[in-house]
Design a protein around this ligand. Structure first.
Ligand SMILES: [Zn+2]
Length: 81
C-alpha cells in the first residue's frame, strides 16, 4: 500500500520572511554574525565553457579589508602604466 505523499510545502523552519533575520558565517574569518552580510566576496571560475560565480557573505571587518585590499592592488596596477 503506497504511503500518502505529503503536500509540497515550504520548510516551516525557514520562512522566506526570516531570510533577513538569519545568521551568516563570514567566509574569511569564520565568525558568525546576525543580519545581512556587510558585503560579499566574489568567486569566479570556469568549468568548460560555463562560467560560475559565487558570492560568499563577509562580515563588516572582512568586507572593508577586502575593499581596501582591492583598492590597493588597483593603485599598484595603475601606477605602473
Ligand atoms: Zn570576517
Amino acid at each position: 500500500m503506497p504511503e500518502p505523499r505529503p503536500e509540497p510545502s515550504v520548510d516551516p523552519s525557514f520562512p522566506p520572511e526570516a531570510a533577513e533575520e538569519r545568521c551568516f558565517v563570514c567566509d574569511l574569518c569564520g565568525q558568525t554574525f546576525d543580519g545581512l552580510p556587510e558585503g560579499s566576496g566574489l568567486f569566479m571560475w570556469t568549468r568548460g565553457s560555463e562560467v560560475r560565480t559565487e558570492e560568499p557573505p563577509l562580515c563588516r571587518a572582512c568586507a572593508s579589508r577586502l575593499v581596501l585590499g582591492a583598492f590597493h592592488v588597483y593603485q599598484d596596477d595603475s601606477s605602473e602604466g
